[in-house]
Write a protein that binds this ligand. Sequence first.
Ligand code: XIL
Length: 384
Amino acid sequence: MKINKLIWVRLITFSFFLTTACYACSDDSDTPLDTPTEEPGNGMDDIDTSGVTLKEAIGDKFLFGAAINPWQLDINSSKEENRREGEVVLKHFNALVAESVMKWRSIHPDKEKYTFEDADAIVKFAEENGMTVIGHTLVWHTALPDWVWKDVSTGKDLSAEQLKENMRSHINTVVSRYKGRIKGWDVVNEAFNDDGTYRESPFYRILGKEYIPLAYQYAHEADPDAELYYNDFELYHSTKCRAVLQLIGELKAKGLPITAIGMQGHMWMNNPTVEMYENTILAFKSAGVKVMVTEWDMSVANGQNIYPNGLPKDVEAKWTQRMIDFFKLFLKYKDVVTRVSTWGVSDSHSWLNEKCTDYPLLFDRQQQPKPVVEMMIRAALADK
Ligand code: XIL
């Protein structure tokens, strides 16, 4: 097979950066870095935060987003809770991600049927309110209807050609519809296992790893100006981080744009450490891509119903400290972090409540800001 000179140059350049970047991937042997914490007398106490919202304080350091469902944008709703959710979204956030309604099963449930109403409503709301929209997500093993990869009459996998055609027409139809209106897409979501191997999704089983560059190619053809992201969770596992670095190189070698890595920010009280997350940001930075902190939330309950009626003060204090520590990390890397998005708005509607009562977000069950919000505003205003 003849590989042209340009591709060789790209491959050589990439192997050099992969060697450098992998040193930065986090794992247990990494040297811990200093974790900034809120110290009294550091000058931040003097800042007047009254009336300042999160998005105003953050300004143009990075976009500040939330995952939402259409009902959370109904600021004229007769239901007080819906109204309050909408008011928080409008007041504090400037970027929207659909929590569910742009996923394959929602937007394209049957081969011949697209259901765009909910996605359209989000894009319209964002445009009317000067907000950015991020598309989530085009190719994911979850929320995937069977017809995409299976002959429903025989139960057998479709051929590689049939699956490619389903991917191409889905990506083309969805991305083209929002061309110029959606800033960027999570093109592929969660393709790797923690050990860096490819997840055995129907896409991988039928097409092998080439399904990923194909997805980027189809998205780029549909909207050449859209940013294209790869999004995954727990990228601080060094094996997984390396797999994504490798993927970045392969996409670049093929001339496909990969703008940023979405580092899902699903966190717990002890994991990850700020250092692990920092090292992972650094690894992607040295690979020449931007980073987005996507899907940020911090579970206190970790799937156990241990706090059904509220949080003990010490747990709440630890949660607040961890959240502000991470937020300061994001500020520190504002040269490479282009967006931070929480996965939901208030505790009352976090996806984590599907398992138990949890407290992962910035706004409480009455949609009131938690103490960390003011700390974040103060930190963002102090950050020059
Ligand atoms: C979740 C939604 O929040 C839930 O409501 C839904 O039941 C399942 O999907 N990683 C992702 C998100 O990329 O799309 C997932 O969202 C959470 C994990």
